[in-house]
Design a protein around this ligand. Structure first.
Ligand SMILES: Cc1cc2nc3c(=O)[nH]c(=O)nc-3n(C[C@H](O)[C@H](O)[C@H](O)COP(=O)(O)O)c2cc1C
Length: 368
């Protein structure tokens, strides 16, 4: 394909892939799209290793990184020995797991787990800036900012290094803010999406954002997992697509097998739009953890990153230890209902391209 984004990033097809999994990032870029590595689960040491690994394996193809920088968040201590999470919240989740028979763990193991888990949650501006310092030392082509407009210093720093900058928007208002902040590209993300997302559907949001920020190119995100959905995004004025969920089903993804199995058995209706996982509204595979926060006796949801810390400190190790998949909080979009089998990243990309070409042929026959 040839369009403004293929030229901007020197890629063959404007399929942009969000993933926390370095193997997926590398495979998408090698298949002709652009892999974007989510840094939210890294810590500085791990990030160095991950980016070095990407550099060694990506065969010189372009890639990007993604940071979570919410505009509003609770800025307090993160170190486990200083952190005081509300007792009521921690006890609530402990009781939910106890009642479901999820084995408890010793205090020493809980302490250790909390320490390790908190290190790999990066949801504040300070966390993100720390990770960015490391990332810009690598040959990245793109920085994506989730949950707000990138600060002016970040835009200037990126541009001075020849790196493009983009941000996710769930409303026209946010998209305009990103354009005014100097973004080179905007991801219009509909409510269908996995992860943080707003309330407006892709069908309505994409063309509205395209019109509002023109000539800044827009990627259509939220519900894109096949070629006809890519065609829809292009038909609605987007220059490319932004996909996250579809990679979870691939051979290369690091989704735990028990969770993958739940995804393969899920229908379009099995996701939930909730703030219970991170403190910001997002879409996850519905599970007993998300259901618990809807109970009348559940405590109020805390602001980010505290709500996420509750999961990390009170639940994650217990759930992972026995692979209690019914409690495993995993972001995924509504296309989970179409994700039925494990295939490679390359096959996903090839399938998208073939179906896009079929759609083009159909249109050519249909509209003369
Ligand atoms: C497992 C998962 C984790 C995500 N984590 C992030 C994240 O850390 N940062 C971010 O910008 N977006 C994140 N997202 C959202 C994606 O960037 C993207 O907007 C979304 O996946 C697009 O919709 P789709 O899921 O229907 O493909 C995540 C999505 C998924 C599925």
């Amino acid at each position: 394909m040839k369009n403004v984004l293929c030229d901007m990033f020197n890629i063959e097809i404007p399929i942009f892939a969000f993933s926390h999994c370095r193997d997926v990032v590398v495979e998408v870029s090698k298949a002709g799209g652009l892999g974007v590595f989510g840094m939210a689960r890294e810590n500085p040491r791990k990030l160095h290793e991950s980016l070095d690994w990407i550099d060694r394996n990506i065969q010189g193809k372009p890639y990007g990184i993604d940071i979570l920088m919410p505009t509003k968040y609770h800025s307090g201590p993160k170190a486990h020995d200083e952190l005081t999470l509300p007792k009521r919240h921690v006890e609530f989740i402990k009781k939910i797991l106890d009642d479901a028979g999820v084995p408890s763990i010793s205090e020493a193991e809980a302490e250790q787990a909390a320490k390790e888990n908190l290190e790999s949650v990066n949801m504040t501006r300070e966390d993100s800036m720390r990770m960015l310092k490391i990332a810009v030392e690598h040959p990245i082509s793109l920085i994506v900012n989730a949950l707000g407009s990138p600060p002016r210093e970040l835009v200037e720093e990126a541009h001075s290094r020849g790196i493009k900058i983009a941000a996710l928007a769930g409303t026209v208002k946010h998209a305009i803010k990103h354009r005014d902040a100097g973004c080179d590209m905007i991801m219009a993300v509909g409510t269908e999406a996995g992860g943080h997302t707003g309330k407006i559907s892709s069908m309505v949001l994409w063309p509205a954002v395209v019109d509002a920020v023109a000539p800044v190119p827009v990627l259509g995100g939220g519900g894109v997992g096949r070629g006809r959905q890519v065609a829809a995004a292009l038909a609605l004025g987007c220059e490319g697509v932004w996909c996250g969920s579809i990679w979870l089903k691939t051979v290369q993804s690091d989704v735990p097998p028990a969770v993958k199995e739940r995804m393969f058995n899920a229908t379009h209706e099995d996701t939930v739009h909730t703030a219970s996982f991170t403190g910001k509204m997002g879409r996850l595979l519905r599970n007993s953890y998300t259901d618990a926060w809807d109970r009348p006796d559940a405590p109020e949801i805390l602001p980010p990153p505290l709500q996420r810390y509750i999961w990390e400190v009170a639940a994650r190790r217990r759930v992972e230890r026995v692979r209690a998949a019914e409690f495993w909080g995993y972001p995924v979009g509504q296309i989970v209902g179409d994700m039925k089998e494990e295939i490679s990243v390359r096959e996903v990309v090839r399938g998208m391209i073939e179906e896009l070409l079929d759609t083009k042929d159909k249109f050519e026959q249909l509209i003369r």
